[in-house]
Write a protein that binds this ligand. Structure first.
Ligand code: SF4
Ligand code: SF4
Ligand code: SF4
Length: 903
């Protein structure tokens, strides 16, 4: 039982936990105490500086600040008295004394706390007159403008930046009337640590901080607000689209709500304007005389139905393949795989999970029985140790990155980072293991070797809940710290230190991402991490687990929906006769029994003429797949290519037919985030021109191909998913209206599952695997002496289809760059920002050099977002033999200065 106290607030009996503040106790009782410097919903600490929340407590000599004063038994509090009102009027009058009284034209009018309190308290003419407040607003960076004259120095922006975002970029500057908010003097924005998240914007109670793009486009009371889910990464933050005159004017967080509690990153906040971009596809396009020209839906769908049907009938269903999309909804992914299986008759359906986390699905399913994040984002703060390996979390999953920073800075958590680059988290880590790319198994095996040698393993857990331990013990025997040091480049003593730190923590969590999965040994890497967690018993409890961070907004959902060649929804095996029979009965057709092809296999099969038609829904293999020259050759070899997308992507340019689709903001549905959380996506705007939601296009196409796949709306599709998918059986639209649910959720009364494998693993016992280190497929040599790794940056996303059409995001980083160590740059005679030519055995690009010691000597890092310098012209299509994921993280290249004009 919590230790509660009873008190009286404004003559109401209130019960509150001991230690809670008067402010929070009052709020729970429905009493809102005026405040300016405090924002509890975003977790800000009270500073009691604005003095607006003063309340009277019987027996106290003076009024006390409600935001920081704790409740006590029998306390009698008054929040509204004549004397308090007089005091509050004084606070507001003082604030208005050096504040312009321009509410008529202020962007914040209607949503300004100062304006509201002035109204509530009847402050009409501030007694103190207005000081000279003529200061020009300052815009530093592409998104945010600061108007010092409207700043009441409440400090909320500084607090959110330091305490929640943990960037620490801004502070109070100057003294007295000159005091303002800003970056420290002499610090350039790029060096300030500012992540451009705009969370300072959201917490500002006045018009002092404003979003440049919203200026002149309406004010709060004019906005229609639609709550939905961010279309970028797998964190799945709740965003609010503020709509006016048919356009998204601004994106805001909703304090206290959703995965991030209202916090957003730069992409979520400023990256939604791609929706209104002039290049959105508005009509279907068909190729005539070599050109893509506008066509009617009737013409385009007739052509697609005819050609897909014809190729299926003449060459067999397996001559057709489909790529589904991790950007579209669960309902649409469900329909896409149903279309390929029930209408075309093939299991050739896959999507970009193959390129990012196929090894997670394969590896964790083998070790635990379920291939998904074991724990929840929220329980990270309960971890005593977080081991981040192969995840540049603050750039790729910024909200989780901020949560890790908070746990380390303000909590009990200690941090181990294993990454070939000096990523931001490495700078605050207790230990940074800067291992060579592709040596993860050697590192994990060495950690386990030390744990076993020192007797730090969880003996009871191993005995009670796992199998195969002796195989593991034998396998890690040779991986002494000295042996692993030679492979990984990590000093032996650091390996020992990391092993002790991880193994002795009461709760230790592993976070990983594509640095682990995108290898020819991706599945082995995942299995090695599963071994590490099980050997220390770090599974099934808060703050523990093996937690793959999924890349795209709905890549988890696309997998869950069976947009994979070997499984139906909820990972029900496609080669299981009973499963197939269940789906045959529900869908009313015979279903294929032969296994389907994966993404890269589809491309190979296209090049060989085995796959003759490709239906590409929202994917962009012409930038996303390895070895682009080969991809282009393969796509051009197809008899028929249909692309369904929101923009004319690099792949769509090669298509025979292009179908214009609705974006995430123009349809209803659900996304499933990285922690298996299913959330509602809501329609805020109509699609542009004749564009339609993907589910509608699929339905129309199926009908033309002679199969009825009709639904009145996405909720009807979800009903079908629920009926066929045990892990989604309780996830219905009516339940999602009031919140979100984490699968498995096996019935209407099931609350969802924040932590997997609590008492037993999904497969029964957790299985150890004996994993040997295998080097990457292509290592540097005399001809190609550098090791190239590819990945994401904070400001952009995947092939840039969306983020590069966002004004703010593209202005933040408009050109690509390749990171090169200063020693290598010096020996090649390359200066920072100079163009270089980078070549591999498969192709070459020209790109700007960024000289930085974030990368180790002999290694390079290149972001894959830029069509002008496509990273995948260089990468190798070597595959993990189990998961068929390509080795994006390691290939060999050479670099030389380029005479080309700057790219
Ligand atoms: S944009 Fe984000 S990181 Fe930059 S100052 Fe504001 S809160 Fe801090
Ligand atoms: S800019 Fe806004 S949030 Fe920051 S101190 Fe000024 S008024 Fe407060
Ligand atoms: S962290 Fe991911 S989901 Fe959240 S706002 Fe940023 S891109 Fe969107």
């Amino acid at each position: 039982m919590p230790d509660n106290v009873n008190l009286t607030i404004d003559d109401r009996e209130v019960t509150a936990p001991r230690g809670e503040t008067i402010f929070l106790a009052a709020r729970r009782a429905g009493i809102d105490i005026p405040h300016l410097c405090y924002d509890p919903d975003l977790g800000l600490e009270p500073t009691s500086s604005c003095r607006l929340c003063l309340v009277e407590v019987e027996g106290a000599r003076t009024p006390v600040p409600a935001c920081s004063y704790p409740v006590a038994p029998g306390m009698v509090v008054r929040t509204e008295t004549p004397s308090l009102s007089q005091h509050r009027r004084m606070v507001i009058e003082l604030a208005l004394s050096d504040h312009p009284h321009d509410c008529l034209t202020c962007e914040k009018a209607g949503a300004c706390a100062l304006q509201q309190y002035a109204y509530d308290l009847g402050v009409k003419e501030p007694r103190f007159g207005a000081a000279d407040v003529a200061v020009e607003p300052v815009q530093d960076g592409p998104a945010i403008v600061y108007d010092r004259s409207k700043c009441i120095l409440c400090g909320r922006c500084i607090q959110v930046c330091h305490q929640v975002q943990v960037s620490g970029a801004i502070d109070f500057l100057g003294r007295g009337f000159e005091t303002q908010i800003g970056l420290p003097p002499g610090v350039a924005r790029d060096d300030s640590g500012c992540a451009e998240c705009g969370n300072c914007l959201d917490v500002c109670p006045t018009g002092a901080l404003a979003y440049v793009g919203a200026t002149g486009h309406g004010r709060a009371w004019e906005f229609q607000q639609v709550r939905t889910i961010c279309p970028y990464c797998g964190c799945g933050c709740t965003i609010v689209l503020n709509i006016h005159n048919g356009r998204i004017v601004a994106v805001t967080g909703e304090p206290g709500l959703g995965v991030s509690g209202g916090l957003l990153c730069v992409k979520g906040r400023f990256g939604a304007d791609f929706i209104g971009h002039s290049e959105r596809l508005r009509t279907p396009l068909v190729r005539k005389d070599g050109e893509l020209v506008p066509a009617t839906w009737d013409e385009a769908l007739a052509l697609v139905a005819g050609r897909l049907g014809d190729i299926r009938d003449r060459h067999g269903p397996d001559a057709v393949a489909g790529l589904s999309s991790a950007k579209t909804t669960n309902e649409e992914n469900y329909l896409m795989q149903k279309f390929m299986r029930a209408v075309v008759g093939t299991n050739n359906v896959d999507h970009c999970a193959r390129l990012c986390h196929a090894s997670t699905v394969a590896g964790l399913a083998r070790a635990f029985g379920s291939g998904a994040m074991t724990n929840s984002i929220a329980d990270l703060e309960q971890a005593d140790v977080i081991f981040v390996i192969g995840s540049n979390t603050t750039e790729c999953h910024p909200i989780i990155g901020a949560a890790i920073k908070r746990a380390v800075r303000f909590g009990k958590t200690r941090l181990i980072v294993a990454d070939p680059r000096v990523i931001e988290l490495a700078e605050i880590a207790d230990l940074h293991l800067q291992h060579r790319g592709g040596t993860d198994v050697a590192l994990a095996n060495a950690l386990i070797h030390v744990i076993l040698k020192e007797g730090l393993e969880a003996k009871a857990f191993i005995a009670d809940r796992t199998e195969g331990f002796e195989d593991l013990r034998r396998a890690v025997q040779p991986y002494t710290p000295d042996f692993a040091a030679k492979i990984t480049g990590v000093p032996a003593e650091k390996i020992v230190e990391a092993a002790r730190l991880y193994a002795t923590a009461p709760a230790a969590s592993i976070i990983y991402s594509m640095g682990i999965t995108q290898h020819t040994t991706g599945t082995d890497n995942v299995l090695a991490l599963a071994n590490l967690a099980m050997v220390t018993g770090n599974i099934g409890r808060p703050g523990t687990g093996v937690n793959p961070l999924r890349g795209q907004n709905n890549v988890q959902g696309a997998c869950d929906m069976g947009a994979l060649p070997n499984v139906y929804t909820g990972y029900q095996a496609a080669d299981d006769a009973a499963v197939r029979a269940k789906f045959e009965k529900a869908w009313g057709v015979r279903l294929p029994s032969t296994p389907g092809l994966t993404v890269v296999e589809i491309i190979h099969a296209a090049a060989e003429g085995k796959v003759k038609a490709l239906y590409c829904l929202g994917e962009n293999p012409m930038l996303s797949d390895p070895d682009l020259a080969h991809v282009e050759q393969a796509l051009k070899a197809l008899d028929f290519l249909v692309v369904q997308d929101i923009f004319l992507s690099e792949t769509a340019r090669l298509a025979d037919v292009v179908l214009p689709a609705a974006s995430f903001a123009e349809k209803d549905g659900t996304f499933t985030n990285t922690e298996r959380r299913v959330q509602r996506v809501r329609k805020a705007l109509p699609p542009p021109g004749e564009a339609k939601p993907d589910w509608k296009i699929l339905s129309d196409l199926a009908r033309r191909m002679g199969y009825a796949m009709e639904y009145p709306d996405p909720s009807a599709i979800q009903d079908e998913i629920v009926s066929l998918t045990p892990s989604y059986a309780g996830i219905t639209y009516d339940r999602l209206e009031s919140g979100s649910l984490q699968w498995p959720c096996t019935g209407r009364d099931h609350p969802g599952t924040p932590i997997l494998h609590k008492d037993r693993f999904t497969r029964g016992r957790g299985k150890f695997h004996a994993i040997e280190f295998i080097p990457p497929k292509e290592l540097p040599d005399a001809q190609f002496p550098f090791l190239l790794s590819t990945g994401r940056i904070l400001q952009h996303f995947h092939t840039g289809t969306m983020s590069r059409r966002s004004e703010v995001l593209d202005r933040l980083v408009s050109v690509g760059a390749i990171e090169i160590h200063p020693h290598d740059a010096a020996s090649l005679g390359v200066a920072d920002s100079q163009p270089v030519r980078v070549a591999s055995r498969r192709g070459e690009i020209t790109i700007q050099a960024r000289v930085t010691d974030r990368v180790a000597p002999g290694t390079l890092f290149l972001a894959f977002h830029y069509r002008e310098s496509p990273a995948n012209r260089l990468t190798i299509a070597a595959l993990d033999p189990v998961a068929k994921i390509p080795e994006f993280k390691v290939c060999a290249v050479r670099v030389e200065p380029s005479d080309a004009a700057e790219p």
